[in-house]
Design a protein around this ligand. Sequence first.
Ligand SMILES: Nc1nc2c(ncn2[C@@H]2O[C@H](COP(=O)(O)OP(=O)(O)O)[C@@H](O)[C@H]2O)c(=O)[nH]1
Ligand SMILES: [Mg+2]
Length: 372
Amino acid sequence: MTRTKSYFANTVEEALGLARQEFGDEALLLDSRKSRPGEEYLGAYEVVAGVQEAPATTGAVAGDEACEDAAPRRVSGEIAALRRELERMSGMLMHLASNMTALRRAELEPLMAELARAGTGPELIHQIMRRIPERPQTDGLAALAALRASVIEEIARRLVCEARLDRDAGEKQTVALVGPPGSGKTATLVKLAVKYGLEKRRAAAFITTDTYRIAAAAQLQAYAAILGVPCAVVEHGGALAHALEEFKSKDLVLIDTPGFSAGEWDLAADWSRCLLSRREIEIHLVLSATARWEDLERLLSAWRIFDPGFLIFTRMDETAAAGGALTAAIMSGLPVSFLGKGQSVPEDIAPASADEMLAFLAAPVVARSATA
Ligand SMILES: Nc1nc2c(ncn2[C@@H]2O[C@H](COP(=O)(O)OP(=O)(O)O)[C@@H](O)[C@H]2O)c(=O)[nH]1
Ligand SMILES: [Mg+2]
């Protein structure tokens, strides 16, 4: 099958050139003549050129426009060349991307190591690192500083700090502190009573359910006597309800609880039911900031029976690297209400702040402990 087309130009040579541009070298000169009157404006000569085509396999449209389904070899050659070029470019891009990732990983590694040294849990480290955006196009030190800032920002975004004891006189609140033995519940309770009760002219009262350890209740009673705050010692749920009724006119009622240990979980479960049955009680779980994430994770899981609404970390003064506490706060999803920073009552407590919990990241941990 021959496909034909007319070309006009001022010389036969030129018209044939046009035909070859379209059909390639296979273009055959079928006819040439002077242009017919009325067509001279297209060129002095008309050349009729043709090319032998393979028969169409599909129902192709015949004629000059029907060239899609039988692309000349030149076109298919060009397509093949383009494909090769695209493959080469995509290979280059992949190589570049893997170089960038390796570069980024190398820059992140010291930060990951720093977080791990500070006791941060591995799951949290990986979560954070995955979220760090591509490094900005800056030079060495500035890039590292920007990377550190991104890490701090990403952690801070996940950390919730919320201390809700700063209320006006007349607003009522009941707070229970629960947690493992020696975590600092009683000391924290007294600090809170002074800061958010006495200093704010809010009437405070203590209740302790800790009748299981020798002198545990006596310790709180001694503080109560010094501060002039009433203190009820309760041994069971009924007595707790009675004490809450007795203190219903108080603004701030603070409940101390025993530090249940392994083997006392039946007792803990009884008290958790008691506390949880009173919806007005805010439960704060008190944990030490010096504990490792692995230990805090177990404690969080064990103390979940109290369904705490907040976390308090004590002993912030005893560690320069509270990565475990940070991980506990973020992984539990619980807001941190207060940070204990020493034994002095009431000075050594403050509402939790992300700045303080992330302070260990502001400067390399090694440098900080060297100057401490
Ligand atoms: N260094 C330091 N010691 C604390 C802090 N909070 C509590 N403590 C001390 O930890 C010890 C146990 O505290 P306590 O309140 O009796 O713990 P509880 O068993 O949970 O009631 C006491 O000597 C407290 O003074 C803190 O933030 N920093
Ligand atoms: Mg105690």
